[in-house]
Design a protein around this ligand. Structure first.
Ligand SMILES: *Cc1c(COP(=O)(O)O)cnc(C)c1O
Length: 432
């Protein structure tokens, strides 16, 4: 496959943009390759600057649950565009998106819009601290909650991919307030809460961890978080930036039947536009300025185009049967990939919740970050590049999730499985 346009653009970008990219994992360093520069996308297909077509399982890292350029989303944005791009004043669109989020997620009684998942999490943490009068934060190894200082401790996603423990530039005094524990270990969590509970403002978790590959919560884990935070007077924050409207219309909390105090959103609620949101119980949310003393603001927050894309997306995915159809196709893909690996005698561990899944090159089980890190990342890199050559666009890291959209049909799924069978067989014979 010819990639000269992408290669040329990357050479230029490297001179002007650190690493040539505006977000680290896009650089494809960990898989020993270079980024594709994208020209356009439609449905489940993405086209690079050289005109190559790929079946896309990145979905802009989660938002594109309807696939690219869904007609209803494009139409909604077009209509708003005729009214203006930003007013810095309230619009009907903010009220409508807020209402839709509140209707979908019962634990959310009030919601505030921001511009990214990072901003949503950062704001929710400030609110939790302001509300409780405590400074401590408890998170879990391998969970990624955006790049705010306090959360860059044992974080997932690009931090995991690049193998950096935290980040220079995060003051020790800030990181000192963050405790990070192994995911899926209720006993360690209980012990930590017994020791530090009265200093912990909030416990934040990805209810399905999607930034260390995909690791689902083991039975009892989320329940323990709920029980212990309640006992300690700490807030429980579900970071549903990835899982919100992805694993179910009501998010992971509806799937597992847990009611957090605060929830953060992003990705899908923006329908491909920059949006984040945080919400929760009314008595907590009323602490946000101007109603309360906890300050948080944004010039472009509630941006009309972003709200319109979000509303249009939520309208589409609310249709009966939407998630069932997605489940069926995702299951087909997961089973096909598992068979492809087994057929080639390669050990993989696949975990999946609805249309998000991960495949570790690791005989498993994978229930936490340290087990995820034991994967054969070199083998993943060869798999990634092999799939790319066959027109399948995956996230360029062992520690990222794969997303199926409603635009993927059975033929696309089967084409992907056939590609995986060929690539796996080739990997096996090379390593012979
Ligand atoms: C993507 C993600 C974030 C960060 O969102 P951005 O929009 O990239 O700032 C935070 N938390 C989780 C769980 C995410 O998946």
């Amino acid at each position: 496959m010819k990639r000269t346009q992408s290669q040329d653009l990357f050479r230029q970008a490297l001179k002007q943009i650190p690493g040539g990219v505006n977000s680290p994992v896009r650089a494809c360093k960990s898989v020993g390759s270079e980024p594709l520069f994208i020209d356009r996308a439609v449905g489940c297909f993405i086209y690079d600057a050289d005109g190559n077509r790929y079946i896309d399982y990145v979905g802009s890292w989660g938002p594109m649950i309807l696939g690219h350029r869904h007609a209803a989303v494009i139409q909604a944005v077009r209509e708003v565009l005729e009214r203006g791009t930003s007013f810095g004043a309230p619009t009907d669109l903010e009220v409508e998106l807020a209402a839709r989020i509140i209707e979908a997620v019962p634990s959310v009684e009030m919601v505030r819009m921001v511009n990214s998942g990072t901003e949503a999490v950062m704001s929710a943490i400030r609110l939790a601290r302001g509300f409780t009068g405590r400074d401590g934060i408890l998170k879990f190894d391998g969970c990624y909650h955006g790049h705010a200082d306090a959360l860059l401790v044992e974080a997932g996603s690009g931090v995991a991919t690049l193998g950096i423990p935290g980040s220079p530039g995060v003051p020790q005094s800030v990181a000192a307030h963050t405790l990070s524990l192994p995911y899926n270990d209720p006993q360690r969590f209980r012990d930590a809460m017994r020791q530090h509970g009265d200093t912990i403002a909030c416990v934040i978790v990805e209810p399905v961890a999607g930034n260390m590959g995909l690791v689902s919560p083991r039975p009892g884990f989320l329940e323990t978080l709920r029980e212990e935070t309640e006992k300690a007077g700490s807030l429980l924050i579900f970071d549903e930036v990835m899982t919100g409207f992805r694993v179910a219309y009501g998010g992971a909390q509806s799937l597992y039947g847990i009611t957090p105090d605060l929830t953060t959103f992003g990705k899908i609620i923006g329908g491909g536009m920059p949006v984040g949101a945080y919400g929760g119980k009314r008595d907590i949310m009323e602490h946000i300025a101007p109603q309360g003393p906890v300050y948080q603001a944004g010039t472009l927050s509630g941006n009309p185009m972003a709200m319109a894309a979000g509303i249009a997306t939520l309208k589409e995915i609310r249709h009966a049967g939407f998630y069932d159809a997605l489940e069926e196709k995702s299951k087909r893909l997961a089973e096909g990939l598992e068979k492809a690996a087994a057929g080639a005698g390669i050990s993989v561990t696949i975990d999946r919740v609805g249309s998000m899944m991960g495949m570790f090159f690791n005989s498993g089980p994978v229930t936490c970050f340290s087990e995820a890190k034991a994967s054969d990342t070199a083998l993943f890199g060869r798999y990634y590049n092999g799939m790319l050559e066959k027109g399948i666009y995956l996230a360029p890291s062992q520690f990222e999730a794969l997303f199926v959209s409603s635009a993927h049909n059975v033929e696309h799924i089967d084409e992907t499985i056939r590609a995986a069978e060929e690539v796996m067989a080739a990997l096996k014979s090379e390593s012979g």
